[in-house]
Design a protein around this ligand. Sequence first.
Ligand code: TRP
Ligand code: ZN
Length: 889
Amino acid sequence: MKESQGKTVFLRDYQVPDFLIDETSLKVELFEDHTLVSAVLHMRRNPQSPNPQAALVLHGRQQELLEVAVNGRFLTDTEYQLDKEHLTINEVGDSFVFECRTRIHPETNTSLEGLYKSRVMFCTQCEAEGFRKITYYLDRPDVLSVFTTRIEADKNLYPVLLSNGNEMEQGDLGAGRHYAVWHDPFRKPAYLFALVAGDLRHVQDSFTTCTNRQISLKIYVEEKDLDKCEFAMGALKRAMRWDEEVYGREYDLDIFMIVAVDDFNMGAMENKGLNIFNSSCVLANPATTTDFSFGRIESIVAHEYFHNWSGNRVTCRDWFQLSLKEGFTVFRDAGFSADMGSRAVNRIEDVGFLRTVQFAEDAGPMAHSVRPESYMEISNFYTVTIYEKGSEVVRMISKLLGPELFRKGTDLYFDRYDGMAVTTEDFVSVMEEVSGIDLRQFRRWYTQAGTPILEVSRRYNADRQEYHLTFTQSCPPTPRQPEKKPFYIPVAAGLLNEKGQEMPMRFAGESAILTSRVLAVTEPQQTFTFVNVPQAPVPSLLREFSAPVKLKNDLTRDELMFLMSHDTDGFVRWDAGQQLALQVMQECMQQMKDGMVFEMDQRLVLAFEHVMRSSIDDPSMDKAMVANLLLLPSEAYMAELAETVDPEAIHEVREQVRKQLARQLRLIFAAVYNANTTAGSYTYNAEEVARRTLRNTVLNYLMTLEDAAWFNQAWLQFCSADNMTDESAALRAFLNNPCPANETLRKEMTVSFYAKWKHETLVVEQWLSMQSAAPVKDNLPGIKALMEHEAFDMRNPNKVRCVIGAFCNSNTVGFHAADGSGYHFLADQVITLNRINPQIASRQLTPLTRWRKYDTARQAKMKEQLQRILAEPELSPDVYEILSKSMDQ
Ligand code: TRP
Ligand code: ZN
C-alpha cells in the first residue's frame, strides 16, 4: 500500500482559520472549451488566530493559474508557491485584497464536483470541497463570506444565468454574449456557492411568509420537463409553511430557486437560495412517477429547504460536524413527512432502512461515529450513519426533552448561532441549557460507533405481584474503538394484560399511574421492578423504535402474534410481525439445511390471514400499515442479522415462504387485490397511495402461484394503468417472479415498456433498475447486456446506480454468485468509474467491503477483487480510503 496516497485529517488537529474573507467577488466567463474565473477576495487576518505571522495558504486544485495579485500588484513567480492542492503567499499584511485569474475545464469535468457540464447546461456542486476546483480560496465551512457573482456566457446557448441571492444586473456584452450579476447578502461558506447557466424554462409561484413577505419561487428545468414541476412546487410551499409552524423559521431571501440537472452525484444540494437537484429527486407527474418517488421527492424538497436554517444560517465549523446539519435536517424532514402522511408507516419505513443499511455500515469496516474523529476523503462520509443515525440521535434528544423544551432548544440554537459555524457539541449544550437535563452520558451517541445490542429478560413474581425487566447492553468493537462505554438508551415501554389492555407501570413508592413510560437504560446491566402487577404481562418494548439498538428479546411466537394484533404502538405491531416471520424463516432454513421436508409454522399463515381479514372487514384500517405487515423481512435485513451470510439459503427460504403463503392464502390474497382496484383516475394522497401499495404488494404474492389467470390480471393492470405506480408494479411482479410459464409475456412487457417510455429519462432509469434489482440467480449476463443498451451511460450517476448499484445491492443472490462473477464484475466497474467519477466509484464499492460477513470461499473471492482494484495505478483518494480500510485489520 502506498502510504502517501492516504492523508488522514483529524478532528483533534482543528485550528481556527488564520485569515477571513469578508467579501468575495467572482467573475465566471463560460466558453465551450474552457472557463475563466476571476476572484477578488477582501481578506484580513483572523483576530482569533494563534499565528499572527501565518502565511496565506489557499486551497486550489486542477486549475491553471493565470494571474495573481495582492492589493492590485501582480505577484512574480517567486512571491508565491503553487502545489497540487495549494497556493501559498508568505508575506501578506493584516488586511488586503487578493485577486487571481484561473482557467478551468468544466466541459471535461466528469467528477461532477466543482463547475461542470450536465448535458447542455453548466452547473456547480461545491459541497464538501468542490469550490477549490473553481478558484483559489479558503475552502472550509468556518470561513463565511458575502458573495457577488458575475456570469458571462453565450446568449443563445445559455439564456438563463443564475447564482445565489438576488439578481442585481443583467445585460448584453455584444458578440452574442451576455452577463448577469447576482449578490447574496447572507455570509456563507464556499460550499454553499452555486452557479447555473443554461437554456432553461421555469415555473413560478409565490409564498407569503408569516410576516407577510412575498417570496418568489422558481423551478428551472429543460423545456421538456416543464410538465413535471407542479408537485415539487407544492411540496416546497408545504415545507415553507411547516417550518414556520413547527420550528418558527421564516425564509430570508426574496427569491428561492430550484434547478433540475440530470448528472448529479447525490440527491440534491441546499445552495443558498439556489438549490440544485438531481432531476430524479424533483421532477414528477403521475404518468412517469411512482408513489414511492412522489414521497421521496416531497421529503427531499423539504430536506433541502430546511437546510436554509439547519445548515446555511447555522453551519458546520468543520466537516467532522457534518451530522450537525445532516442528522438534524433528516430529523426535520422526517417530522414533516410524518405530518404529511401516516406517522406510524413513515416510522416503520425509516426504521426498516436504518436497520438494514445503517446497521450494516456500523458492523462493517467503514463504521464511524455520528461525529467522526478522522477521515481521508470527506465525500466518503456522507453516510447513512451521519444522516440516518444522526437523525435518530436528534430524535432521542427531542423525546428526552419533550416537544416544548425541544422547541425552546432549537429556538435558542438558531438564535444564538445564526451566521456562525458551530459543532454538534454546541447543539447538545443548548439542549442541556434549556432543559437542565444532564446529557453527558448521552453524548456517547456522537463519539462511539457501532450498534448497541440490548438484551432483555423478564421475570414475574406472582406472590409479590412484581414484574422485573432486566436489560443488558453491549456494543461490538469497531475500527479503532475496541472498547465501548455504556450508552444512555431510552426504551419506551408498555405492559399488556391478557386482554391486550395497557397495565399500570408503577415503581415501588409511586402513586401516579402511568401506562407507558420511557425506561432509561444507562448501565451495562439494569433491572426495572414494577409493583402491583396482578398478572404476567406481555412487554411491549422500544415503542416507536425509541433508540437505534438491536433489541434481543425472548418473546414466544404466540406473544409476537398477540403484540401484532393488540399493541397500541404501530411500530411494535409491525416489528412483532417481522420477528415472527424471521423466526419461522430461520426454522425453515434449518429444515432445508437438514434435508427435511419444508414445514412452515402455521402461525405465520394465521397472522397474515388475520391481517388481511381485518383489512377487508374494516375498510377504515390504514392500508399502508397492512401492506407493511404483509412484507417479509428483506434478504438484506436477514443478511444483516446473520452471523455468516448464506445468500442462497436466505433467498431460497424467503422465496419458499412467499410461495407457501400465497398458496395457502390465495383466496384472501385475491380478495384483497380485488377489494383495492382502482376506482377513479389517479390521485396522489395518503389513502390512495396506501391502497395501491397494498394491492401491488398482494399482486407480488399472487404472481408466485404461476397461474395464467394472474399473469393475465397483471398484464391487464400493466396495459390499463393510468399511472406509473401501477404500471411499473405490474412489470415488477413479472420481473421479480420469473418462471418459464411467464417468460414470453415478461419479455414482451419489458420491451414494450421501453418502447413506450424511451424518451423519458426518469422512466428509463426505473426500467433499468427494475431489471437489475430483481432478485434472480444467474442474471449477470442480463446486467451486462443492459450496460450495452443505448440507454446506459457510465458517466451518468443515475444510470450507474440503476444498473450496477441496483444489481450489487438489491440482487444479493445474483451478486454473491458462488463463482465470484458478481465480485469480478463490480471490481471492473469500480476500476472504470475511478477514472470518471471517484465519488461514484467509491460508493459502488460498498458491497465488496462487507466480505467479513461471508463464508471463507466467498471472502477469498471478494478480497481478491479488492486487491485487484488496489493494484490499479492512480486510484482516487475516495476509492483508496474505502479499499485500505476494508482490507486492513
Ligand atoms: N448537502 C447535500 C444534502 O442535502 C448532500 C450533497 C449533495 C453532497 N451533493 C453532494 C454531498 C456531493 C457530497 C457531495 O444532503
Ligand atoms: Zn442534507
